[in-house]
Ligand binder design. Structure first.
Ligand code: FES
Length: 254
């Protein structure tokens, strides 16, 4: 067991009263999902597997539901990241205003690429979709705080200040040394072409997000032909939550 896993129960006990307070704010328990993940990420520096499991138990949600929600948002990190997460916008407005050059400058300056962390664990770098600040392009977020009107000079000043510990945005907590890449396994499979998050003409029963040759979402196919797919799919909604499949099956396409 890793040191961090050993420490998680202590962190959980410490945060439990705050978690209960957050849950009590909502009429529907599951509405506390995002604030709870935020809370654990604030203390651990990322949304750890232990934190997601603890939240799923607190809210009586399946782990698959918690993980899929966390993976949807770029503001949650599913692996340890650097103390400064630099997310540069590659949306249309920013691209027109020179984002390609800005991203190339970051990559060269830091010596890392998209979704990678520097060896010293100080910086993680990501190129993200529109940050909804198009009028201040080119822009980015530093630990989720906006930085606008980027130029090579402002980037140099920002990185120097972070290295010197004088930047106004505080560093993230870091409970684990981050690996070089913070791509999670499934993303890595997608980038190698082994798995698609939503491709056409899918027949793989492990790609529930894809459409099969008839245009039916594979998950619906799995639900509607449960007996046929039993034991042939590793999709967790199917293997871990048969109750959910029953509920969803009522509205699934056949
Ligand atoms: S395109 Fe960059 S903020 Fe919208």
């Amino acid at each position: 067991m890793s040191t961090r896993s050993e420490n998680f129960p202590a962190l959980y006990e410490r945060l439990k009263p705050q978690c209960e307070e957050i849950i009590a704010r909502y009429e529907v328990k599951r509405s506390a999902l995002l604030p709870l993940i935020h809370l654990f990420q604030e203390h651990e520096g990322y949304a750890s597997a232990e934190a997601m499991r603890a939240v799923s138990e607190m809210l009586n949600l399946s782990l698959a539901v918690v993980e899929s929600t966390v993976s949807f948002y770029t503001l949650f990190f599913r692996k340890p990241v650097g103390k400064y997460v630099l997310q540069v916008c590659r949306g249309l407005a920013c691209t027109i205003c020179g984002a390609e050059d800005i991203m190339a400058y970051f990559r060269e300056k830091l010596g890392i690429g998209h979704l990678q962390t520097t060896e010293d664990g100080l910086f993680s770098y990501e190129e993200v979709e529109c940050l909804a600040a198009c009028d201040r392009a080119t822009c980015m977020q530093v630990n989720l705080e906006f930085v606008y009107d980027l130029t090579p000079q402002t980037i140099d000043e920002m990185i120097d200040a972070m290295r010197a510990g004088t930047h106004p945005v505080p560093p993230l907590a870091q409970t684990d040394k981050p690996p070089k890449s913070w791509i999670v396994l499934q993303d890595a499979q997608v980038s190698r072409g082994e798995k698609s998050a939503g491709a056409l003409d899918q027949s793989d029963p492990n790609n529930a997000g894809g459409l099969d040759k008839d245009g039916v979402i594979m998950l619906d196919r799995i639900i509607s032909r449960e007996a046929h797919f039993k034991g042939r799919t590793k999709e967790r909604l199917a293997t871990e939550q048969p109750g959910i499949i029953d509920i969803m099956g009522n509205g699934a396409a056949h």
